[in-house]
Design a protein around this ligand. Structure first.
Ligand SMILES: [Zn+2]
Length: 343
């Protein structure tokens, strides 16, 4: 039976904002929320109200030193007193708690089998936030907090995080670098902020091999990305057998984004979603949760999110082929984990 996807969106996600211009601002989502509220999209999803993450939810990933630092800087006159792009103001911490809590709420609904698919349309984003440090517009690491919550509350022990934001998910990597209970696959443009995520960063101790970084060339577009994601998912999902797939869904690799040089089309995000649905159906009872990361051109961001949603609520899961893309093949052939995972 087809269940409707659960979406979290809430006007309170706009409370984190400053006067000065920043790429990470409420305008990213304002029109999208309107579209979801006003048009025939209504009825295609379940609107799920977010909750506030509790302090022990946040402390499952972030240090109390960092949380206290945030509180101090949030009260400062200068919104950039903590970091040059991660602004903090009075409403930042409650908004970030509501962002994390929205993801946890969706995780609960998925685990209760009320929904199969969720999409947390939240801000501020999270994947750059490390356990002890915020950066790159990210305050609390929403996807890492969700994985920690699923490990602790539901005793899951094989969680796959797929991060296709155009920047490396350094914070998520840091949170689970020693763990084989969370596998991170991050596909990102090379030599871009935060300049980590080399293919040689593969995990540590029992986590060795469970961090898979695929830095790709800026000129890559749909064929290369479809090849890479398809081939990696096919091999990793089959061998790891995740119990849920979490997606750090960043849309800043779109060709209309000025923040990257990558050339993904709007349609590609729908193709990627079909692939993820396909694998979620095969191994983890369709459990699939998208969490919004980057995407700074409001027009292409809205279109790409809608392409993702169209793909989530379409009745059939279209088979997406993996076709050869010469420029991308070599990246896997030369990868240090090529033999480890047979990718
Ligand atoms: Zn990004």
């Amino acid at each position: 039976m087809n269940k409707k996807p659960g979406l979290v969106f809430d006007q309170r996600y706009f409370y984190h904002r400053i006067e000065q211009s920043s790429p990470e601002n409420p305008q990213r989502l304002q029109n999208l929320y309107q579209v979801l509220n006003d048009t025939d999209y209504k009825g295609k999803f379940i609107h799920i109200p977010p909750r506030m993450a509790r302090s022990d939810d946040i402390e499952a990933v972030h240090s109390s030193f960092y949380i206290n630092q945030l509180r101090e800087h949030a009260l400062s006159e200068n919104p950039y007193s903590y970091d040059r792009d991660t602004y903090l103001m009075e409403e930042t911490i409650p908004t970030a708690e509501l962002a994390a809590g929205g993801c946890l709420e969706l995780a609960d609904r998925i685990m209760a089998e009320e929904i199969n698919y969720g999409f947390a349309l939240v801000r501020p984003p999270g994947h750059h936030a490390e356990p002890g440090r915020g950066m790159g517009f990210c305050v609390f690491n929403n996807v890492a907090l969700t994985a920690a919550y699923l490990l602790n509350t539901y005793k899951l022990n094989r969680i796959l995080i797929v991060d296709f934001d155009i920047h490396h998910g350094n914070g998520t990597q840091e949170a689970f670098y020693d763990s084989n209970q969370v596998m991170l696959l991050s596909v990102h443009q090379n030599s871009l902020f935060p300049f980590s995520g080399k293919e040689t960063e593969t995990g540590r101790g029992s986590g060795k091999g469970y961090t898979i970084n695929i830095p790709v060339f800026p000129q890559f577009g749909d064929p290369e990305y479809t090849y890479l994601l398809g081939r990696l998912l096919q091999n990793l999902v089959e061998q790891y057998q995740p119990q849920i797939i979490l997606v750090s869904a960043g849309f800043d690799g779109h060709r209309d984004e000025t923040i990257s040089a990558t050339k993904l089309s709007t349609k590609w995000f729908g193709v990627a979603t079909s692939m993820l649905r396909q694998y979620a159906r095969e191994v983890c009872d369709n459990r699939l949760l998208f969490i919004l990361e980057g995407g700074y051109n409001p027009v292409s961001l809205e279109a790409s999110i809608l392409a993702t949603l169209e793909s989530l609520w379409s009745k059939n899961i279209p088979k997406t082929g993996i076709f050869p893309a010469k420029r991308a093949e070599k990246l896997l052939f030369d990868h240090p984990l090529q033999e480890f995972w047979n990718i």
